[in-house]
Design a protein around this ligand. Sequence first.
Ligand code: SAM
Length: 245
Amino acid sequence: MKWKRIGDILILDSKFDYESYDDLENLSRKHNVKTIMKIDHIQGTKREPVYTVLYGDETETVNKENGCLFKLDLAKVMWSKGNNNERLRIAKLVGDDETVMDMFAGIGYFSIPIGVHSNAKHVYSIEINPNSYFYLKENIKLNKLTNVTPILGDCMEQAPKYNADRIVMGYVKTTHHYLKVAIDSLNEGGILHYHETVPEKLMKTRPIERVISQAGSRDVELLKLNKIKKYAPGVEHVVLDVRIT
Ligand SMILES: C[S@@+](CC[C@H](N)C(=O)[O-])C[C@H]1O[C@@H](n2cnc3c(N)ncnc32)[C@H](O)[C@@H]1O
């Protein structure tokens, strides 16, 4: 893919070739976008973009996905198009009157679809990056949600203050460090959605073993192992749905 569109902004692939400003102007007209950017990579625990603006100057936009509105500034926070199906899948699993905790909530990648598509009793959305937290609050307003509470802070300190029937851990790399606090906050029979980036050959062993090792005396039942996308050559981004009793 040479480009992707997020709201009214076009993100060019790093390999996308153009010769002049006129080429960019034509591209912006063709796709009806106000800005064209390249995002080199997403860095650090706060998942901040390293980017170049090639055309236009506004980097804030509203992206519509799965019937939800996501306001975001692509110069400040990330957007992963590849997680689209997973965002809707989780929202559809949430049962009536469930209390949900969204650890690593970002701008509401999971919290907003849950608020829009389910009858959850309450969603606690914990996010450490003040820029993401700002857009999380904006998106709660934009989607007219009254049952989502944004919490600015570190999941390690905030999660123990709440209990939930379902916990989403939509973060990769060091997510396993947070398994104990998540499991401790999970109600009896509750469900955890645990994300991990894992070498393909360890996909069926390492993530579940990590959950079991942090569950102590509680039982762990694997409900589903879902591949989200290829993360790097030979590395998969997976999510495990597990019931903890
Ligand atoms: C960007 S999201 C991952 C993408 C998302 N799963 C999706 O569907 O596109 C991960 C978020 O976790 C936040 N984060 C990282 N460490 C955290 C922590 N210890 N406590 C709370 N939030 C944290 C980052 O700031 C980031 O906004």
